[in-house]
Write a protein that binds this ligand. Structure first.
Ligand code: IPE
Ligand code: IPE
Ligand code: MG
Length: 247
């Protein structure tokens, strides 16, 4: 290549319509490293969510799914659990206008029946408020566990079978998928986990069957849109085969 020739074009298409799911981990450690209460880390983490949501269209992300509270997180102190729930309420109230204006459709997955009725109403309200948006599909997992989700779906399918609405032989992969909380979402292309932990912690067990996983040591309160840009760059280098062979 001589200097007067333009550089060869990157053969890979720019990403668009990606579904990225994120296990936002490391808030507690980030705060502890500074001698601060864990909730300070969670608060900083919410700021990072705001920034990431804003950057998604530019990063080629059309679907962003965030793990905010797991079915196992009830094991934490009452103070921390209440603090997390209150951060969620505050996020919904503070962001409603911006989400509407920026074309973000916000939805929740997980078993919300165990949450405070007031929070449940707020969740339903913001879902309705943003229902006609389609620029970015933001999904937040609250009281979510992959096993719990599959169990609830199985219960529903079993009820339909027992009522004679579906024959047992007609229960296919697609039928299971339709009964999950994520029925409205494509499978994630990429699952990201921050904080250096390399486990799934009950997140999207069914949906991530063929997702790529990228683990970063960055603690969630330090995770910027630029961190995500680097991760997406690494994802685009990967060759996804879905059980086939290289063409
Ligand atoms: C992730 O940060 C947020 C939630 C699980 C709610 P953590 O609170 O798990 O932070 P670490 O893992 O203790 O550092
Ligand atoms: C996973 O993080 C859940 C969320 C990010 C909401 P945890 O911190 O709860 O997971 P473990 O306990 O390290 O597996
Ligand atoms: Mg953690």
């Amino acid at each position: 290549m001589t200097l007067d020739q333009p550089p060869p074009e990157d053969p890979r298409p720019a990403p668009e319509n990606l579904h990225v799911a994120v296990i936002m981990d490391g808030n507690g450690r980030w705060a502890a490293n500074r001698g601060w209460p864990r909730l300070v880390g969670h608060r900083k983490g919410v700021e990072r969510v705001r920034q990431l949501v804003e950057a998604c269209p530019d990063l080629g992300i059309r679907y962003l799914t965030l793990y905010a509270f797991s079915t196992e997180n009830w094991k934490r102190s009452t103070e921390e659990v209440l603090g997390l729930m209150s951060l969620l309420s505050r996020f919904i109230k503070a962001e409603a206008k911006r989400l509407k204006k920026e074309g973000v459709r916000l939805r929740f997955i997980g078993d919300r029946t165990r949450l405070e009725p007031k929070l449940q109403r707020l969740m339903g309200w913001i879902e309705a408020q943003t229902a006609s948006n389609a620029r970015l599909f933001l999904t937040v997992a609250v009281n979510y566990g992959g096993r719990d989700e599959i169990t609830r779906a199985m219960r529903q399918v079993a009820q339909r079978v027992s009522r004679g609405e579906i024959a047992p032989e007609a229960v296919t992969d697609a039928v299971v998928t339709e009964h999950l909380d994520t029925a409205f979402l494509p499978d994630p292309d990429l699952v990201v986990r921050s904080s250096g932990e390399t486990r799934v912690s009950n997140f999207l067990l069914w949906q991530a069957a063929y997702s790529e996983y990228i683990f970063t040591p960055v603690l969630w309160p330090d995770f910027t849109p630029e961190t995500m840009r680097g991760i997406i760059g690494a994802f685009l280098q990967r060759e996804r085969r879905f059980g086939g062979v290289k063409p």
